[in-house]
Write a protein that binds this ligand. Sequence first.
Ligand code: OAD
Length: 281
Amino acid sequence: MAASSYRFDQTMLRSFQTSLNNAKHIVILTGAGTSAESGIPTFRGAGGLWRKYQATELATPEAFVRDPSLVWEFYHWRREVVSRSKPNKAHFALAALEKRCKEEGKKLTLITQNIDRLHQAAGSKSIIELHGSLWDVCSADRHGYRSDDQKPWEDRTQPLVPALQGQGAPTVKHHANIPLKNLPHDSQGHLLRPGVVWFGEGLDPDVLGEAAEALQTCDLFMTIGTSSVVYPAAGFAAQVAARGVPLAEVNLDTSEATDICQYVFQGKAGEILPELLDVTV
Ligand code: OAD
């Protein structure tokens, strides 16, 4: 067996597993670190840059209005990366835990900030996507915001339009400056945008409502691979802790939530989770 790159405090591990076994409703919040071992760059820290831009600078309605081609190039490339990626052991361990919970008559709600749909690809079913999905598109209002009239819809066509073919890779340094008419449009001729939640935008109220209900009823909360700096997700741990619910964190590093977690497991999610959750993947 390969040597583990992590070492758990065995008392903490046993205590966590007792809480896990006793829990009736587990809520698990995941972030970009959960998909890092699938080769998908995280937002912050090493690899968080796209060309000379911070990923977060392009994820705004204002950036889309200013330069829709640039934003579409960036999202086209992200779709390319994800289309070549496969779920890793972290995703599979969480899907296996959900299956076990179901067999035991317990509930598991996965709340993800990730937009890659790799949890679904691994077999997870009960998922709340806080930030939408890379695979969805939607229409934009004139300020670049998601229009309220319509929910985003899935379109996995890749490239979405011929003009995006080959664009967006960080190695392609030039800006494609794709004319507006050649960017993705719906059948009525409205310019489409990625169906994700951008900075400055509110979350879908239905999605937020589902998350709130899960947070109010869970009796164990885990946060995995998130820096816990982007709200509202960044506030979930504290919200649940206020009810006295035990919290666990799995992260390569410390995060903004580490200090309030009873159980802290540091290392790669794909290496840690199978042992922690006692599942075979
Ligand atoms: P971040 O990039 O902010 O944080 C990634 C976290 O994962 C960090 O805390 C890393 O230490 C940790 N990490 C990296 N590799 C890991 C691994 N193999 N195993 C475990 N942990 C690992 O990503 P998020 O917290 O998900 O929002 O970012 C939150 C939101 O900010 C995103 O959903 C996105 C972004 O802007 C929007 O686009 C609206």
